[in-house]
Design a binder for this molecule. Structure first.
Ligand code: ATP
Length: 513
């Protein structure tokens, strides 16, 4: 099946099984805003718990906060967001569609790369085992031609983005003869800057002073609380502050479902270190964050680092963790070495001294910061994409199964009475009443057992138990495993010990030690 079709199926599966709904659905939705349903919220909460505990529980030098979404407007001046949190936009006059100029150019770079890959695939087929890819790349005239075009464009693009130089961006679009995918024309407007922050007014007057912003990232809430936390928590460098919360961006190109939303959630951690040690900490955090992702068991091949070639002027290292989505490798998390830029800016704009006094060396300094920043929703999407499977069964039927990591699954155990009478429902309820304090259980008595299994497979429930007439005599149930569909007769008394450990967030956290 084409990857595009797989993605469409995942989107409709999310809606059909109560994971993600378009916001304001009965009013035909609101672009790039989504609601999480009864199963989605459980999965999302589990992702957040996994992240939070991996930061705050596993590190005795990391604490959490929960800062407000509304903040003093000067914060966004200090952080640079008022002046520079912009995307370069261009409109096509025929389709009346708006695009990000940088995305159009990056897609064009991608097209040259695709052409090279195609030449290589063709040659590999032709030469078979004797194919030497490195040599082919170095010598094949067509590959060299595409490579040169790609590199020239990339260099021009990187230079135009410094600033950025809007005329230069437009000139690239003209020179490369980039057409609008909808109208097919090159009838472009000039490139303009567009600020991504939503603003609103606070209080009853509408003068300029009352204009405030919905935060476009949670990080600034951490920086402005640096002093509060360091002092009240008696934190010693190095230490970190973690936060999970909503962020808002007026994204122009809002597409790919929950990949790019206008209201989304971030999990960010700022780790404050002594200047000069930041590179070392940057590497440590890169390694730890990759381990966090890979502990989910999706396979190392599905992840890669993408080191930034062009750094923000205040950063001295930056990388993205990318995950292989059905639409290619995409950023899920960013790790940035932000130097002392943010704290220094807040020092300047607030007039307050934000320094750390090291009692051992008697030195005072502004700490450097390593940031790890991951989107909850993008993480959710990557998990859904990887877990969704359509399996051909031996009897010719197809089952749709979400092979979610057990610790993240919305429901851990479904308890199914074989029939709705003769004391079996009561026995099933009794099992749930004993286990519900340990993990999330669901009762289901409707339809055949087979149909009930399918419903649980579709929401990723790792375990089902069936209560039958023998259960009333021997206190045993049939335990069915989601992935293998194998069944086993087990005692009700053993259920908790068989399941609890495997479905707990602790089972994931232990892999990080
Ligand atoms: P992109 O280049 O994809 O716009 P970004 O580099 O602007 O992302 P950051 O500012 O580094 O993203 O934000 C950190 C994380 O927050 C991203 O890795 C992503 O997971 C998440 N994120 C950012 N913007 C969005 C969005 N509009 N919708 C959903 N998640 C987002």
């Amino acid at each position: 099946m084409a990857q595009e079709d797989v993605f469409k199926k995942i989107v409709s599966h999310c809606k059909e099984y109560g994971f993600v709904f378009p916001s304001s659905d009965i009013y035909d939705g609101l672009a790039a805003v989504y609601d999480y349903g009864q199963n989605g919220v459980e999965l999302k909460n589990n992702i957040k718990e996994y992240w939070w505990k991996s930061m705050v529980l596993l590190h005795d030098n990391i604490v959490g906060i929960d800062s407000a979404i509304f903040m003093h407007p000067t914060i966004w001046k200090a952080s640079g967001h008022v002046d520079a949190f912009n995307d370069p936009l261009i409109d096509n006059r025929d389709s009346k569609k708006r695009y990000r100029a940088d995305v159009l150019i990056e897609d064009q770079i991608g097209k040259y790369e695709e052409k090279i890959e195609k030449e290589i695939a063709k040659a590999r087929k032709r030469f078979g085992d004797s194919f030497d890819e490195a040599k082919f790349r170095e010598t094949n005239p067509r590959v060299l031609e595409h490579q040169k075009k790609r590199d020239d464009l990339h260099a021009r693009y990187t230079e135009a983005m410094q600033g950025p130089n809007l005329e230069a961006l437009k000139q690239i679009i003209i020179d490369e003869e980039i057409v609008d995918p909808i109208s097919g024309t090159k009838n472009w407007t000039d490139v303009r800057q567009f600020n991504l922050m939503f603003s609103t007014e606070m209080g009853s007057t509408s003068d300029a002073a009352s204009k405030i912003y919905l935060r476009p990232e949670t990080a600034q809430g951490i920086f402005v609380n640096y002093l509060n936390v360091q002092k009240t928590g008696r934190m010693k460098i190095p230490f970190g502050i973690a936060q999970i919360g909503k962020a808002f961006r007026n994204e122009i190109v809002a597409r790919q479902f929950i990949f790019r939303m206008r209201e989304f959630e971030q999990m960010e951690m700022q780790f404050f270190v002594k200047p000069g040690t930041e590179k070392e900490w940057f590497s440590k955090w890169k390694e730890f964050r990759m381990k966090w992702h890979q502990a989910l068991g999706f396979g190392a091949d599905n992840y890669r680092f993408h080191d930034h070639e062009k750094l923000a002027f205040y950063a001295n290292a930056a990388t993205d963790i990318e995950f292989k989505m059905p639409f290619g490798f995409k950023e899920v998390e960013g790790i940035h070495s932000r130097t002392d830029y943010d704290l220094k800016q807040h020092e300047k704009f607030s007039g307050r001294s934000i320094k750390y006094f090291d009692p051992q060396t008697n030195e005072s300094y502004t700490p450097y910061d390593i940031e790890t920043s991951i989107g909850v929703d993008r993480m959710f999407l990557s998990i859904m994409c990887h877990s969704y499977e359509e399996e051909k069964l031996e009897n010719g039927e197809t089952r749709v199964v979400l092979k979610l990591p057990a610790a993240l699954a919305p429901v851990k155990l479904a308890v199914l009475p074989l029939v709705k009478k003769d004391g079996l429902p009561e026995k099933a309820r009794e099992i749930i009443n004993n286990l519900k304090f340990h993990f999330n259980c669901q009762y289901d008595e409707k339809d055949t057992i087979g149909k009930r299994y399918r419903r649980q497979d579709a929401i990723g429930t790792p375990y089902c138990v069936t209560v039958d007439y023998d259960t009333l005599k021997d206190n045993c149930v049939t335990l069915r495993f989601r992935d293998t569909m194998e069944q086993e007769r087990v005692s009700i008394d053993d259920l908790n010990s068989i399941i609890e450990d495997k479905v707990s967030i602790a089972s994931l956290l232990k892999k990080l030690q």
